[in-house]
Design a protein around this ligand. Structure first.
Ligand code: URA
Length: 238
């Protein structure tokens, strides 16, 4: 990778600022002062320092957020606030995408990453990564309704044409409180699944994605990066 690109990515400075540091002889690669912006660095092996501090290259980033209500799961929106606005400016350099959007009114576990392969594995229904939601509902949910949700229901309204949902897991945790696990991510899917059996979702929170549960110490709007072990958890226990 070009040294100016490496420095801009790691430090968050513009390429023109980076060129200034280089001219000022503040950057060393493997001990030697380098002033050329086009100098090639090996991101895994070269030891790069700027102002005598070693710099470490992070290619991929995986962020877990406890999404609050009122924020769009979008990278940009003209009118509404987006989840990106909750992130520190440090993350601007990573060009993050959302691995499984949540509706504006839904809370809970949201993953953001710049790893396209990971993103695909989390969201594709083929990989059967189940997402667990807690839904507070209004209306009577009968045993027959639960069986219907578990087997697959036809969603008629919303953006998609008629669609039969894949098998879901349903667990009534209290009166009007249901956990539901689905491995698809159609627009408003959980709300529309409950609507199909005559119930209305009044509160929705995502609790987990695959084997990864929302960190209960994250307040709404807070986030943190995932550990490598947690990354592995996602595709387990689905
Ligand atoms: N299903 C919904 O209806 N909304 C979400 O935000 C996620 C799943």
């Amino acid at each position: 990778m070009r040294l100016d690109k490496f420095l801009a990515h790691v430090t968050g400075n513009s390429r023109s600022d980076v060129k200034k540091f280089l001219k000022q002889k503040k950057v060393r690669v493997d001990g030697a002062i380098i002033t050329s912006p086009g100098f090639q660095v090996d991101v895994d092996r070269s030891v790069v320092t700027a102002f005598d501090e070693e710099l470490f290259y992070q290619q991929f980033v995986y962020v877990m957020m406890n999404k609050p209500k009122g924020y769009l799961s979008a990278t940009k929106d003209g009118a509404d606030a987006t989840v990106m606005e909750l992130l520190d400016a440090y993350y601007d350099r990573f060009d993050l995408s959302i691995a499984g959007r949540l509706d504006k009114d839904t809370e809970g576990l949201l993953l953001l990453t710049n790893d396209g392969q990971f993103l695909h594995e989390v969201i594709t229904p083929k990989k059967r990564v189940y997402k667990k939601y807690l839904a507070q509902i209004e209306g009577e949910l009968t045993v027959a309704d639960i069986t219907a949700l578990e087997n697959g229901v036809v969603i008629k309204d919303g953006k998609d044409a008629e669609f039969t949902t894949a098998p879901a897991r349903v667990n009534v945790v209290a009166s009007g409180e249901v956990e539901i696990e689905i491995c698809e991510g159609k627009f408003h899917q959980v709300r529309r699944m409950f609507a199909s059996v005559g119930c209305r979702v009044v509160y929705l929170k995502r609790l987990s994605i695959g084997g990864l549960a929302l960190d209960e110490y994250l307040e709404l709007g807070e986030y943190r990066e995932l550990s490598e072990e947690e990354l592995d958890e996602i595709t387990k226990n689905t």
